[in-house]
Design a protein around this ligand. Structure first.
Ligand code: NAP
Ligand code: MG
Length: 499
């Protein structure tokens, strides 16, 4: 495990950005918060402050919503064709690629994920989200409807942009999440007020600059860094916001729903998970072991769809656990900017305390630590990749989302698929799950029995812009990505014409 004490050299572009002012982006202008306040943002690999950022609140949200409304209703955006919007989206993706070195350093520094991971995963998916969804911009169509009881009518539907959308996002994949959220806004002709997470505002602000450079008109995208209970709550409650799209915890998801009742704005939610990884005795161990390790340790376990509960049949349990433990020990944990780092720190001191609290609770409840189990060093927020066994359904480590690199494993000795599925489904969440087997019959049956939005067979949840993503049960409302996301950002208008 290598944890460097000094920051490696940052590129000139990144240093220049960090040294600049970090203002809100409203109506195409970079502005201080109305209150004049700023907040500090940190490098979780060292705990040091790296920048100060405008702290927006309700007054700034008001301005941003007004700018978004104006851009939606008048000006060049309201007249842009799908083809024009798609071209701007492709341009933005191109600019992200051109600035990949800087964006990946900024993300690594502010979020803690290693530079190569930002490039190969976050930035790749940022660009692909924009490009894939741009394809829909020219394919938003209604239907011609044959009325069932009125033959002398011509009826059809059109899909229209929903309007001003408030978007509130978390810190686990900051720029990817911003692009994932903004892509359908741009494709459908909506406008947005986006609040990045307080922990990770920097890449969203750099993205704002690229949005300008891509020629996206003023006011189409507004970015208001700030805190959840102030800026976030103001977006969720705003009477002139038509829809709010949220990704984060269920706890805040509930607050968003309550806040939305004022003007009954539409709500879509992408919440957490506690996704099962189910290993059958015939599984290919060489595929399953690295797959199960990736499912939990990617991004230090800070992934909503992480495979955090492992169920393995007693005939393979020991081999799988030994294999995943070996993978865990091999992971090079270190500063996100250090050469060779595979896993960075957790995003914040809060998150370190939260994950450490779960580990302590798990051990108190009788879980056994197979590997890991503790903090690494005392600078930055590093935690060891951890595996717990002897976990039982009542324990908090099994019931609650830890959002850290902690795998909780359980053994099953049943061959009854319904009984296995019942255990796997014994959670309030339903975001993802995976089944590891070479038996097609088992695979297909289990796919249907798992109550989750994404199910993998011999792979854990794969994120792709073309594939609908979202949750059953308390993992969310609605499906983002794919064709489905267009429905989340459009209203259907039925038109009837008397002939
Ligand atoms: P969170 O509190 O739900 O934060 C998500 C976003 O909501 C942030 O932008 C946050 O602002 C904002 N927010 C907070 N309170 C709000 C309010 N009253 N009204 C409107 N917006 C509000 O999540 P977190 O605190 O960052 O993490 C807590 C736990 O949530 C994690 O440990 C994990 O279990 C879960 N989580 C899930 C996902 C996911 O992808 N599903 C992502 C992140 C976290 P601030 O930045 O100021 O908090
Ligand atoms: Mg929070």
């Amino acid at each position: 495990m290598n944890i460097p004490l000094a920051h490696p050299h940052l590129s000139e572009a990144t240093s220049r950005f960090l040294a600049g002012k970090h203002q809100a982006f409203i109506g195409g202008k970079w502005v201080d918060a109305v209150s004049g306040k700023t907040f500090e943002t940190f490098d979780p690999g060292s705990g040091r402050v790296i920048a100060k950022v405008a702290e927006c609140d309700a007054a700034d949200v008001d301005k941003a919503v007004a700018a978004a409304r104006a851009a939606f209703e008048s000006g060049p955006w309201s007249r842009a064709t799908g083809s024009e919007r798609a071209r701007m989206m492709w341009k933005l993706a191109e600019l992200i690629e051109q600035n990949a070195a800087e964006l990946s350093e900024l993300e690594a520094l502010n979020n803690g994920k290693p530079v190569p991971n930002v490039r190969s995963f976050d930035l790749m998916l940022s660009c692909e989200s924009l490009r894939y969804t741009a394809g829909w911009a020219t394919k938003i169509t209604g239907e011609t409807i044959a009325l069932s009881s009125a033959p002398k009518m011509h009826a059809f539907t059109v899909k229209e942009p929903i309007g001003v959308v408030g978007q509130i996002i978390p810190w686990n994949s900051p720029i990817m999440m911003a692009c994932w959220k903004l892509a359908p806004v741009l494709a459908t002709g909506c406008t947005a007020v986006l609040k990045p997470a307080e922990q990770t505002p920097l890449t969203a602000l750099r993205l704002g600059q690229l949005i300008q450079e891509a020629g996206i008109p003023d006011g189409v995208v507004n970015i208001v860094p700030g805190f959840g209970p102030t800026a976030g709550a103001a977006i969720a409650a705003h009477p002139d916001v038509d829809k709010v799209a949220f990704t984060g915890s269920g706890e805040v998801g509930r607050l968003i729903i309550q806040a939305a009742t004022g003007n009954l704005k539409k709500v879509s939610l992408e919440l957490g998970g506690k996704s099962p990884v189910i290993v059958f005795p015939d599984a290919d161990v060489d595929v399953t072991v690295p797959g199960a390790a990736r499912a939990i340790f990617t991004n230090s376990g800070q992934v909503c769809a992480a495979g955090s509960r492992l169920y393995a049949h007693k005939r393979v349990f020991d081999r799988i656990i030994a294999g995943v433990a070996q993978e865990a020990k091999k992971i090079r944990v270190g500063h996100a900017l250090s050469e060779g780092t595979q896993m960075g720190p957790l995003v914040s001191k809060d998150q370190l305390e939260r994950v450490s609290g779960y580990l302590e609770q798990g051990e108190n409840d009788g879980a056994t630590v197979v590997t890991g189990g503790g903090r690494i060093g005392n600078e930055g927020y590093f935690i060891e990749p951890t595996i717990l066994t002897d976990t039982r359904p009542q324990m908090s480590v099994i019931r609650e989302e830890i959002f850290g690199p902690v795998l909780c494993a359980m053994r099953f000795d049943d061959d009854d698929l319904d009984a296995i599925a019942k255990e796997a489904n014994r959670t309030m969440y339903g975001l993802a799950g995976s089944v590891w087997t070479r038996d097609l019959g088992i695979a297909h049956q289990m796919v249907r029995k798992i109550r989750a939005g994404t199910v993998g067979v011999n792979v854990h949840s794969s994120i792709d812009p073309a594939l609908p993503f979202g949750g059953f049960k308390q993992s969310g409302w609605g499906r983002e990505k794919g064709r489905d996301v267009i429905d989340l950002y459009t209203e259907v208008k039925s038109v009837v014409m008397a002939l």
